[in-house]
Design a protein around this ligand. Structure first.
Ligand SMILES: Cc1cc2nc3c(=O)[nH]c(=O)nc-3n(C[C@H](O)[C@H](O)[C@H](O)COP(=O)(O)O)c2cc1C
Length: 197
């Protein structure tokens, strides 16, 4: 299963990167191919409402560092988004990238039966880190849920690490890392054979 991981934190090697690396390492054991994309190392805009993707083009009308990433995502069975909470929502780097997913919607998508250029039954995994406690921001994936459904990413999975502020807080918590393992085994087990473990 082709897996693309978007690393949405500008702090490389921090908590969300750690969750993403754990996820990828375990997915590889199940035979998945994984691509890690550090968004903070790319230069790209959010959607600027050119609407070329709803007219003469069947892809985003902007050409920048996100162009090949969008191409990879269009072929991904599993999209992993690893992001810290910044000011109550996903990081800006993450949100700009998600806005570009608009190009996956077909012209007339609001009323179309099939809204997406992408096939359905794909998986989206949100690996969310936050400094505040467990009771905050439990609904972020749900906020995006209907849009991801429309795009074809209609199997949603969430791993949250809360109360983590120092860059190695997640690394020190077997609890949060095991949550990643649980989701990996749920997604990949029916389709792939583990090569180890
Ligand atoms: C600019 C900024 C804004 C933040 N806003 C929030 C917030 O609103 N709520 C929260 O729980 N944590 C907030 N945090 C804390 C981060 O979510 C937390 O430290 C997280 O573990 C960082 O992930 P990383 O190590 O992958 O960068 C904020 C951190 C920064 C730098």
């Amino acid at each position: 299963m082709k897996t693309v991981c978007l690393l949405g934190s500008p702090r490389r090697g921090g908590n969300s990167d750690t969750l993403a690396q754990r996820f990828a390492d375990r997915a590889i054991e199940y035979g998945a191919s994984t691509e890690m994309v550090a968004l903070s190392e790319l230069s790209y805009n959010g959607c600027i409402n050119l609407l070329k993707c709803k007219g003469q083009l069947s892809h985003c009308g902007q050409t920048d560092d996100l162009t090949p990433v969008l191409q990879s995502i269009s072929q991904a069975d599993v999209l992993v988004i690893a992001s810290p909470i910044y000011f109550t929502n996903l990081s800006g780097q993450t949100k700009l990238a998600i806005d570009r997913f608009f190009s996956f919607f077909v012209p007339g998508y609001p009323t179309a039966k099939v809204k997406s250029r992408l096939s359905s039954n794909r998986h989206i995994v949100l690996l969310q880190t936050q400094g505040e406690p467990e009771n905050r921001y439990a609904d972020v994936l749900d906020q995006y849920g209907a849009s991801f459904d429309g795009l074809g990413f209609n199997n949603h999975h969430l791993v949250r690490a809360w109360g983590v502020r120092e860059p190695n807080d997640v690394e020190a918590s077997e609890y949060f890392l095991k949550k990643c393992d649980e989701i990996v085994s749920k997604i990949y087990k029916p389709n792939c054979s583990p090569t180890s473990g």
